[in-house]
Design a binder for this molecule. Structure first.
Ligand SMILES: Nc1ncnc2c1ncn2[C@@H]1O[C@H](COP(=O)(O)OP(=O)(O)OP(=O)(O)O)[C@@H](O)[C@H]1O
Length: 316
């Protein structure tokens, strides 16, 4: 399991930290998407994990070993850069073989493994070509093969599809998903594309201004957004404000009612999912408000008053 604990980094001369006290964990074999507005620190997190930047504070462990105390080469991390960063003077075959040669793999085994990766990524016919003589989509597949061939314990991908057209992007997303799931590869990728994030990732971490806004199971983050900013960021179009009050608070009848679907307690707050006015809503309530409502449980009918604050409607 990968555990990142309070990782922080301020670049030399910068007035604000690029990454501030980021913590998360990831199970072996899972894929995490790092999302957030431009400049929020996503690439910095990847570079800190890979050892390409040194953190000011924090710890990174994988399967109980402190990665941040190891050199880049000893971290066993594969990195697919946004511009692929292939070695231009090496052929496709040599690019894919590079990491295995560095590991001192014997030549017979090396040939078998490189050939195998070229077939898996459908680039076997390009083996003797050079990076500058192949297309962007082909370069992207070479970069993935090069990163995965040494069997890294963690694969990092920085916006791997950003330079590709929509059709190719979709094809390669499907291939990468099958590859990651099929090989049980633990991976983290940065993307600006939320559809891509939900398609590829089990877990999601959303950042803003160097901070972790929320992390967790991708589907949960979407269906139970922590707050209005997260709901908006994840593309919920129809975000409305509402709140729940007991009838007596205002003394009027005839308010639309909602039937509670589920309640989730989180410390002193709770999230209530309700169906009302033909829409599904997620509301944040304090314990005090919940008590004021008569401690409703799943299945209870409660009055709903729209146009105040707090709730997020999930129907687009
Ligand atoms: N080498 C560097 N030196 C100084 N500041 C840097 C350096 N690299 C990044 N930054 C700054 O750190 C912050 C985070 O940058 P980072 O590249 O991690 O963000 P990002 O979320 O990946 O952005 P984008 O989505 O635009 O690629 C930004 O304010 C950026 O300007």
């Amino acid at each position: 399991m990968l555990t990142v604990h309070e990782l922080s980094k301020t670049y030399l001369g910068a007035t604000k930290p690029a990454v501030h006290q980021i913590s998360f964990s990831l199970e072996k074999g899972d894929t995490l998407a790092l999302l957030g507005p431009s400049g929020c620190g996503k690439t910095t997190v990847l570079r800190l994990l890979a050892g390409l930047e040194l953190p000011d504070a924090g710890e990174i462990s994988f399967a109980g070993t402190r990665l941040d105390l190891l050199s880049v080469a000893n971290r066993k991390i594969g990195f697919v850069f946004q511009d692929y960063a292939l070695f231009p003077h090496l052929t496709v075959w040599e690019n894919v073989a590079f990491g295995l040669s560095m590991q001192g793999v014997s030549s017979a085994s090396l040939k078998e493994r490189v050939d195998n990766w070229l077939v898996r990524l459908r680039i076997a016919d390009l083996a003797e070509r050079y990076p500058n003589d192949i297309s962007g989509g082909q370069q992207q597949r070479v970069a993935v093969a090069r990163a995965m061939a040494p069997e890294p314990q963690l694969l990092l991908l920085d916006e791997p599809f950003s330079n590709l057209d929509a059709q190719l992007r979709e094809d390669l997303q499907q291939q990468l998903r099958a590859l990651l799931k099929g090989s049980g590869q633990t991976s983290i990728f940065v993307t600006h594309d939320q559809q891509e994030a939900f398609y590829l990732a089990d877990q999601m971490l959303i950042m803003n201004e160097g901070l972790c806004v929320v992390a967790g199971v991708a589907d949960d983050l979407y269906s139970q957004p922590k707050n209005e900013w997260v709901a908006g960021f994840l593309g919920h179009k129809n975000i409305k404000n509402a709140t729940l009050w007991p009838d007596e608070a205002f003394g009027f009848d005839g308010e639309p009612t909602a039937k509670i679907e589920a309640l989730h307690f989180q410390g002193n707050n709770l999230t209530v999912e309700v169906i009302a006015l033909d829409e599904r809503w997620v509301l944040s309530l304090s314990r005090r408000e919940w008590i004021a409502l008569g401690r409703p449980t799943a299945g209870s009918l409660i009055p709903l008053s729209v146009d105040v604050t707090k709730a997020v409607a999930l129907t687009a």
